[in-house]
Design a protein around this ligand. Sequence first.
Ligand SMILES: Cc1cc2nc3c(=O)[nH]c(=O)nc-3n(C[C@H](O)[C@H](O)[C@H](O)COP(=O)(O)OP(=O)(O)OC[C@H]3O[C@@H](n4cnc5c(N)ncnc54)[C@H](O)[C@@H]3O)c2cc1C
Length: 422
Amino acid sequence: MRKNNADLLVVGGGPAGMMAAIAAAEAGKSVLLVEQNDRLGKKLRITGKGRCNITNDCDRDTFFENIPTNPKFLYAAYAALSPQDTMAFFEGLGLELKTERGRRVFPASDKAIDVEKALESRLRELRVEILPAKAKQLILEDGRAVGLSTNRGDLLAFAVILATGGKSYPLTGSDGSGYALAEAAGHAIKAPLPSLVPLTSSARTCAEMQGLSLRNVSLRLVDNESGKTVFTDFGEMLFTHFGISGPLVLSASAHLTKREKNAYTVFIDLKPALDEATLDNRILSDFSKYQNKDFCNALSDLLPEKMILPFVKEVGIDGRKKVHSITKEERARMVRLLKNFAIPVTGTRPIDEAIITRGGISVGEINPKTMESKLVPGLYFAGEIIDVDAYTGGFNLQIAFSTGRLAGLHAAESVLNQTEGN
Ligand SMILES: Cc1cc2nc3c(=O)[nH]c(=O)nc-3n(C[C@H](O)[C@H](O)[C@H](O)COP(=O)(O)OP(=O)(O)OC[C@H]3O[C@@H](n4cnc5c(N)ncnc54)[C@H](O)[C@@H]3O)c2cc1C
């Protein structure tokens, strides 16, 4: 009979793999966690700018509204571990938490490393064995996943959980090698693309305004071909030397399905609280205050300093024109531009700079109730390797934890069935 190294093998010591290993070990199974880095949770340690936005303390509807890709696939994973369960889990490990704006949950210490340490100490408590090795291939027996070939030799078990993450920030270890393992076993991979990533633009106005951050603006992402708005939201954004960034822009990037160079335009409403008529009145009142000034010197109440010259150029009114001689039609142009400041989008920054990867193992080939492959029995998936992704706010880590727990529990159950069958 085959001699197993453990009941279960987990590939990837990120949040999904660690949670899967914990769930399986809590269910009484022996677990071997294979991680190619010399330490666990390398990406986890840099999340939330080093503070780790663990989850979002929101209700169920809000959770799924924040998942633009394949939300329904996650219903069972959510039931296995909700954001509130995640909070209780970490608090149970002695990690104090705090909730900030937008219901974002962080460790009270503001240190991502404390989250990683909490998971690691639970792994040790449960005697999960950690092997620093790179998984190269799945070992299949009669079509069933029974092990791994690694750079440190072959490993055998009753089941294998792949939690190797996506392709973004590859220096953290998420180098996409897990896709190749799954592909070699027959799985289809939806092309990995950058998401939650800054957008590039050819507009020189972006470079001119670099460093300028806008708060309380609304942003619309429009598909140039269909003219349809594919994303709209309100919040904060930033101009950079290459284009635009900031929370609103990162969320918008999750909706870029076309990869052609000039497929989208971003429109910024600089005054979302004012309708056109109210905005025109506001301009009139500024103009009466500055009536003898040049146009370019009369905009400081309306716009941030860095935006005045680019705005004057865009609106096509001579900056030296006296305010009292600005026509009604020119004011209408100003209103239109304030409500629709256009940034042509040429694409995104590369996947290396993306917070997450969109795409991955096709969800149609995974049983959503168990995270087991529909093609290869004994093979389970968890975390960002799966074709699911969410906005910023703690939702992506919650997906990793929820799918990790579900995969761990069911992989453990499958071990039980096999040992009973023996
Ligand atoms: C800068 C940044 C900030 C972020 N901040 C947040 C945040 O605050 N909140 C939030 O919700 N999300 C955040 N995210 C997203 C979040 O980090 C990921 O969604 C999450 O880490 C995915 O977890 P995972 O376990 O699936 O994959 P990863 O965390 O990518 O872990 C995968 C692990 O598998 C290992 N591995 C890969 N291939 C192999 C192999 N062949 N053999 C052995 N080991 C292998 C890797 O070394 C890695 O350790 C952030 C991401 C980035 C890049």
